[in-house]
Design a binder for this molecule. Structure first.
Ligand SMILES: NC(=O)c1ccc[n+]([C@@H]2O[C@H](COP(=O)([O-])OP(=O)(O)OC[C@H]3O[C@@H](n4cnc5c(N)ncnc54)[C@H](OP(=O)(O)O)[C@@H]3O)[C@@H](O)[C@H]2O)c1
Length: 309
């Protein structure tokens, strides 16, 4: 069986490649990227590297040829990626892919104000209407995004401002999401299944802030703000409101429309979803936010404080 993966050069993709290589021969793994040199190390390990771009539908058909299963890792243009996902689904049909596994998000409803969720809602509908077999992995908020990516900023500044209170959500390790997707890709009987890949505890981001501060022994002040307050913070950091491809500003690669509408959805309780699907797929419970902080404690404790003005 051949598996093709989009987003192979990203954080999710690289973690998935490593797990897949433990379970299948490298020549059965096809990795898609816009820039093949990024994946040279995997070419040397025997994987097939193909050029493909969500914005160039013909390239997707070529990239997917010969694959039985496709791991479609959702694109990064959050709020504007429906055309990209549509192109990928149509290309999979044309290329003869049989089964598509898609990385979606939890709490997919029309009322959910998160622009990221609205992308996934339309994409899921397109997948279900396609001729493909499918499995949808509805991943919760990656704990890594708050602890590993944003955590150093909170620690350096000593402040975590958020408009998410009083909502609670269930953060999950990205590696747990990857392990579940790989179990599905390499397993049988997952056709037409939707899995909710969540942690096992509902937490407010204020509680996450307290855990981060506790474990690292670094003071972080929690500051409640509103949507306008969040936009003001992101504007001051130079983060664009709308998606801009491949941009990373101060370690944050997302646009503020995404982040502000996401925090609103947390505040309004949309992401209070807990499932035991991780345990059902992996035979073990999901790892916790505290364990992720502990796993990264050396890096987090070493973050220098921001110079005071
Ligand atoms: N659940 C959550 O909380 C959460 C949080 C963050 C992200 N996510 C989702 O997870 C996905 C993967 O995240 P990540 O951290 O692995 O992202 P990442 O490290 O930023 O990698 C992004 C990947 O997207 C690919 N890509 C971007 N534009 C593309 C295009 N036009 N055509 C083809 N490929 C394109 C890049 O491929 P090349 O540059 O090699 O072409 C790269 O491999 C995200 O896109 C997002 O949907 C979920």
């Amino acid at each position: 069986m051949n598996i093709v993966m989009t987003g192979a050069s990203g954080q999710y993709g690289r973690a998935a490649i490593e797990l897949l290589l433990q379970r299948m021969p490298a020549e059965n793994l096809i990795l898609m990227t816009r820039t093949p040199t990024k994946l040279e190390e995997y070419a040397q390990r025997g994987c097939r590297i193909r050029r493909g771009d969500f914005d160039d539908p013909a390239s997707l058909v070529e990239a997917f040829k010969g694959a039985d299963r496709l791991l479609l890792i959702s694109g990064t243009r959050v709020g504007k990626r429906i055309a990209q996902h549509k192109a990928a689904i149509e290309a999979a049909e044309q290329a003869g892919v049989k089964h598509l596994v898609y990385t979606s998000f939890i709490a997919i409803t029309k009322k959910n104000p998160s622009v990221a969720v609205q992308d996934h809602l339309v994409t899921e509908d397109m997948i279900r209407a396609s001729r493909l077999e499918w499995t949808i992995m509805r991943d919760a908020h990656y704990a890594d995004a708050m602890i590993v990516n944003a955590g150093p900023n909170f620690i350096a500044s000593g402040v975590w401002a958020s408009s998410s209170s009083p909502g609670r959500e269930t953060l999950v390790w990205r590696d747990d999401c990857v392990e579940c997707a790989v179990a599905v890709l390499c397993g049988e009987g997952h056709e037409r299944q939707i899995y909710n890949i969540t942690g096992s505890e509902l937490l407010s981001l204020q509680e996450v802030c307290e855990t981060l501060s506790d474990v690292t022994c670094r003071p972080i002040q929690w500051v409640d703000t509103d949507d306008e307050g969040m936009y003001a913070i992101f504007d001051a950091m130079g983060i664009p409101r709308e998606p801009v491809d491949d941009q990373v500003v101060k370690g944050i690669s997302w646009n503020s429309d995404d982040m502000v509408t996401f925090e609103r959805a947390v505040r309004e309780g949309y992401f209070s979803v807990i499932s035991d699907d991780v345990e059902r797929l992996l035979g073990r419970p999901p790892r916790s936010v505290r364990e992720l902080v502990e796993a990264n404690v050396e890096m987090l404790r070493a973050v220098p404080p921001m110079p005071q003005p």
